[in-house]
Design a protein around this ligand. Structure first.
Ligand SMILES: Nc1ncnc2c1ncn2[C@@H]1O[C@H](COP(=O)(O)OP(=O)(O)OP(=O)(O)O)[C@@H](O)[C@H]1O
Length: 692
């Protein structure tokens, strides 16, 4: 599509349904291109830092300049114009990048700042709240609710949209971005004592930023919704053939059936109602280990049932210990705390906890950022045995003395490698050193992920008893074999065209499109809507209500395409996601593995197509070749050539052929995981940050 087409499209009235909200006002003010230009004053729009591939935002959409039909990223290579383009309506629109003025101000200090691809996240973390220039936010947040996040897998129950195919404020608007905390809400304010600042800023409305008033809708209460599930796929039985290795001393034997777990009747009923008839490998090994009271680090492929692997034995213990219904109290003392890095993921875990604890006295509660703190507190004081939380909100609530840690017997870190990296690691350390938190000897600590870089495993030692067990199901960090992976060589200028071509062929099948930055997510979502492809987006600059709406619209099929940053890469379990497209490859192979794991879940098959741009992705060639070959996928000859030409000695020997790789670091081997990093090369976690 050429510039002219974009212009023609953008002035048509139907655009109003998918023009980002913040732009609507601009269009309606009827301007020439300059009217829509931004000025450097909109500090809340600051997004990406000045490095890496996100430069495209620096110079794009510069009104009066025609950069031709290029992808957003392209413009960065050309120039940094001093013109603040905005969505220059009188000029070209879609073929240019975004306004650049954000960058000039987008600096932020502290350790978040190092990434090349994560600038969006960095700055939200450093700032926590964006400053807003109007008051609409609170009305929106407080009054509009959706069923998105808790949308059942049944379309009828999920939060239908509000009629907008695509709307995003994305923080790139006129300062209306509202709450710009990350999904995880870890760092607000200065980044130090950040968990306090969220509480203060978010709740008391002091200098930190606007009040967060969004109250998520309660999840459906009827039994059918609680137990709604999708079918296991044709490859479910093939899980049995995956090699599993348990390392550590005195591991209890695996169980082969749910009956062998000897769970109580209520739990067994719930398992049956959830449609589980057979254990997955990670469940076969983890359940007896947790029942035996051992600490565990478990690594198993995406979509293979890790959530139930920890929830079921924890619930079984709670039932065995005769947990009584928790009562209304100002200070609650949960027996179990589960943390996960994103709001959507922790909500999903909560729904699983609620499902498996159905009909028991155990009460699960979920709290996460981007929602009203008072609401979180109200949920907690009604009783709380299992607390599912994102780290920032958890620390807030602890700081407010609504949660006491004395009774904690189980601490679960889902996506544990992410929870322990430089992004969340400090918060996690704070958590385990909070007053009252039982020492690692006194609690059971459980860590789960599909990827576990060696360096992170070493950090994990601080949290785990020295005799913890390590379960590796298949290739640690390996991709799910049920996902058919295709790597296409696509230069950045051709990506959009290719994307549209693929999506048109796909038709209505649910597809997640991953991009590297929040701005680009908006850009591509808007572009696809222009192309009449129903699309929504999820990223960390969208308000929580919008994120939930987007997920709801995607789940129910209203918008079969979801454009996402890596905020949606981990853990999300959405029925019928048949395709994942990496419009931009992530910066690390682990992130790739998680992203493509949104499809091909629970024995179902899926497809992942990735655009490999030799200009920017060569560093991934080697680990990609390994991941592809380990998952028995075709490896394109051109990719092998690039991998060969960018050969890194540390990677040799592991690039191919390992049927099984144990990477329990205690074994002392300096084996490589699929990420292709030796311990000395462990990924700098902030480099792969695009979570929010
Ligand atoms: N034993 C089982 N039988 C049938 N379905 C199952 C079983 N275990 C889990 N599932 C279902 O499989 C899906 C994937 O499970 P889950 O989300 O726990 O995967 P995961 O391993 O945590 O994935 P990820 O690494 O992406 O977080 C869920 O819908 C879950 O309900």
């Amino acid at each position: 599509m050429g510039d002219e087409d974009w212009e023609a499209e953008i002035i048509k009235p139907h655009m109003s349904s998918y023009v980002p909200v913040f732009e609507k006002e601009r269009y309606s003010s009827g301007a020439n291109g300059d009217t829509f230009n931004r000025t450097p004053a909109s500090s809340s729009e600051m997004d990406d830092g000045p490095s890496g591939r996100d430069h495209f935002m620096r110079s794009g959409f510069a009104s009066g300049r025609s950069l031709g039909n290029r992808d957003a990223g392209e413009s960065s290579k050309r120039e940094n114009t001093s013109t603040m383009g905005g969505f220059g309506v009188g000029k070209s629109f879609g073929n240019r990048g975004f306004s650049n003025n954000k960058f000039e101000e987008g600096d932020s200090s502290g350790f978040w700042r190092q990434s090349s691809n994560d600038c969006e996240d960095n700055q939200t973390r450093n700032r926590g709240f964006s400053k807003r220039g109007d008051s609409e936010y609170e009305q929106d947040e407080g009054m509009q609710r959706t069923g998105g996040l808790f949308g059942s897998r049944r379309p009828s129950l999920s939060g239908a949209g509000n009629g907008d195919t695509y709307q995003s404020r994305s923080g790139s608007g006129s300062g209306r971005g509202g709450y710009k905390g990350l999904n995880e809400e870890v760092i607000t304010g200065s980044g130090k004592n950040s968990w306090k600042s969220e509480a203060e800023g978010g709740e008391s409305g002091d200098t930190q930023g606007p009040k967060v008033t969004y109250i998520p809708p309660p999840p459906p209460e009827d039994e059918d919704s609680i137990f709604a599930h999708y079918q296991t796929g044709i490859n479910f039985d093939k899980y049995d053939t995956i090699l599993v290795e348990v390392s550590g001393h005195d591991a209890p034997p695996a169980i082969l059936t749910f009956e062998e777990a000897n769970l109580c009747q209520t739990l067994n009923n719930n398992i049956a109602k959830a449609g589980y008839t057979k254990l997955t490998p990670v469940q076969k090994y983890s359940i007896p280990i947790i029942l035996a009271g051992r600490d565990l680090m478990a690594c198993a492929q995406t979509g293979s049932g890790k959530t139930a692997a920890f929830l079921l034995p924890i619930l079984a213990h709670m039932m065995r210990d005769g947990i009584t219904a928790s009562r209304f109290k100002d200070l609650q003392e949960p027996e179990c705390i589960i943390v996960a890095p994103t709001r959507e993921l922790i909500s999903q875990i909560y729904l699983e906890a609620r499902k498996f604890s159905f009909g028991t006295c155990v009460r699960a509660v979920v709290i996460y950022g981007g929602t009203q703190l008072g609401h979180s507190i109200r949920q907690i004081v009604q009783g709380c045995n299992i607390l599912c939380a994102t780290p920032g909100r958890l620390m807030d609530i602890i700081g407010k003395e609504k949660i006491g840690l004395r009774q904690v017997k189980y601490l679960v870190l889902d996506e544990a490698d992410r929870m322990l990296d430089m992004g969340f690691g400090p918060e996690m350390k704070k958590l385990i050193s909070c007053p009252g938190m039982p020492s690692k000897e006194q609690r059971q600590t459980l860590m789960f992920s599909a990827t576990f870089p060696e360096a992170i495993q070493k950090l994990a030692g601080e949290f785990l008893k020295s005799d913890y067990l390590f379960v590796a199901v298949g290739q640690v960090g390996g991709a799910c074999r049920d996902v058919q992976q295709t790597i296409l060589q696509v230069g950045q200028y051709s990506k959009r065209e290719k994307l549209v071509e693929i999506l048109r062929n796909i038709g209505d099948e649910r597809t997640m499109v991953f991009v590297e930055t929040k701005k680009k997510a908006d850009f591509i979502a808007t572009f696809l809507c222009q192309e009449k492809i129903s699309t929504t987006s999820i990223h960390g600059d969208r308000e929580q209500r919008e994120r939930e709406q987007a997920l709801g619209d995607f789940r129910c099929g209203k918008c079969p395409v979801l454009v996402a940053t890596s905020v949606a890469a981990r853990g999300l379990d959405i029925e019928n996601v048949q395709h994942v497209i990496n419009f931009d490859l992530p910066s690390t192979i682990d992130e790739y593995v998680h992203r493509i794991g949104r499809t091909g879940r629970c024995g179902n098959t899926g497809r992942a197509i990735s655009f490999f741009d030799p200009e920017s992705d060569n560093h991934l060639a080697q680990p990609l070749v390994k991941v592809l070959s380990d998952a028995q996928q075709d490896v394109p000859a051109w990719l092998e050539e690039i991998a060969f030409s960018t050969y890194v000695p540390a990677f040799s020997g592991s690039a191919r052929g390992n049927v099984f790789a144990s990477v329990d670091t205690r074994k002392g081997k300096n084996t490589l995981n699929t990420a292709g990093f030796s311990s000395s090369q462990a990924p700098n976690p902030v480099d792969d940050e695009s979570w929010d």
